[in-house]
Design a protein around this ligand. Sequence first.
Ligand code: NAD
Length: 297
Amino acid sequence: MATNIGFIGLGNMGGPMAANLVKAGHKVSGFDLSEAALAALEAAGGSRAESVADLAEGADVIVTMLPAGAHVRKIYQGEGGILDNARPGTLLIDSSTIDVDSARVVAAAAAGKDMPMVDAPVSGGVGGATAGTLTFMVGGPENAFAAAKPFLDIMGKTIVHAGDAGTGQAAKICNNMILGISMIGVSEAFVLAERLGLDPQKLFDISSTASGQCWALTSYCPVPGPLPSSPANRDYQPGFAAEMMLKDLKLAQDAAHSSGAGTPLGAQAAALYSLFCNSGGEGVDFSGIVKYLRGTS
Ligand code: NAD
């Protein structure tokens, strides 16, 4: 059955996610600050809303895919925002990657208006958004998760209920902290191997079947050669840009500070990605940090 879906934030990720909801037969009305993004939704078969309030009034389900926590708080809780204009019972799905505290504050405000809400950040990038194969990490009450699942199934392949409000965001930043740290570890090993005269292919062959094995090595090898699909073979074009990794590592550090968790390697990884981004690496794939590390001897 066609559902009236409002989609706010039709950028690199939100655009193709909204298009997949249209393809599945839903009536999608979109809002974005970008004229090009709105035109792309119309071309895909959706319609444009004139404002957040206009979109919220007519929607049964609202999905948001915005840059950061400040945008999400404003769009939900600000004047003319979702919570003041949507009907009680409207299902709210925020798929932006944002700080855990904002996710929990907005979810509590939504609960106060009888609007079930999940935080549902994704991994899988623009390729996964286009193909409808994203992984969703979902935080929120069981009833909100159950209501959101049929829509997440259209946009993604793996949908995991992580726990209460905010735990989707927690899963996302914990996972990406592992990834950032392990990418630096793998990159440092290749830099050291180069200095020691060890062929990178040999290090790959040995470590990929030994205790150094990890995703950063065997699915996303940061040096050209061993793994033809990795961005290292196309001059580190993203993929997953270093500035996005830095955003997630900073979110992890914010959460570590506010929760009192000790994450010294997470802090170091954030500092190294910050240096890499400031030296011109922002738009480079995050595995390109190997080039920065080579230069730090
Ligand atoms: P993007 O910048 O391409 O899209 C964000 C969109 O939000 C833009 O079109 C912008 O115009 C719109 N927007 C901003 N403020 C708005 C407002 N007040 N009202 C309406 N629209 C507004 O970003 P993206 O790459 O699509 O990423 C979106 C989110 O997904 C981010 O939180 C990001 O961290 C996360 N994410 C991105 C990727 C990726 O590979 N790009 C992967 C996983 C998660």
